[in-house]
Design a protein around this ligand. Structure first.
Ligand code: MN
Length: 192
């Protein structure tokens, strides 16, 4: 069974003005789709990979198979981390967990913004739940996935240049500020 590109959970123009439909044309339509195509080619070329789930491939493979599998998973998770009705302050269990781990939403926002803005080169900033149950902010390089470290992803922000260059050029901080207007707290609560 080949992997397929999941539908976006919103219309392509629904994240504007924070993220334009032009970015989604490329980021979803070319980059995310490209990872799916490359992953399917790699799995087809190696019969030992047949029938493995995306999570299996991420946890057991390296090199190109890992990179493409993780990028397929990470992007799907990233789209779901955003919503046209998102942003603002967290509510429910995620609010309590953030307050407990970071002191306040403002402190969490500062720390996450620094992790995303300060990440060198391509990668991802994540809010994760550690095996201990505590929340933590981590950043991963390139296709890096918290799943390989036993962490449960709660939210992610893609900081590869392809995530923002068409709208913000090199101004990653402006993109991260815009991302906060889209954060899907319902999705975070589901993942917690
Ligand atoms: Mn990306």
């Amino acid at each position: 069974m080949a992997f397929t590109l999941p539908e976006l959970p919103f219309a392509k123009d629904a994240l504007a003005p924070h993220i334009s439909s032009k970015i989604l044309d490329f980021h979803y339509g070319k980059h995310h789709a490209g990872y799916v195509t490359k992953l399917n080619a790699a799995v087809e070329a190696d019969s030992s990979l047949a029938g493995k789930s995306l999570e299996d491939l991420i946890k057991t493979q390296s090199g190109g198979v890992f990179n493409n599998a993780a990028q397929v998973w990470n992007h799907t998770f990233y789209w779901n981390s955003m919503s046209p009705n998102g942003g603002g302050e967290p509510t429910g269990a995620i609010k309590d967990a953030i307050d407990k781990a970071f002191g306040s939403f403002g402190d969490f926002k500062d720390k996450f913004t620094k992790a995303a803005g300060g990440h060198f080169g391509s990668g991802w900033a994540w809010l994760v739940k550690e095996e201990s149950g505590n929340l933590a902010i981590v950043d991963t390089h390139d296709a890096g996935s918290p799943l390989t470290k036993g962490q449960t992803p709660i939210l992610t922000c893609d900081v590869w240049e392809h995530a923002y260059y068409l709208d913000y050029q090199n101004a990653r901080p402006s993109y991260i500020e815009a991302w906060w207007n889209l954060v899907n707290w319902d999705f975070a609560n589901k993942n917690l």
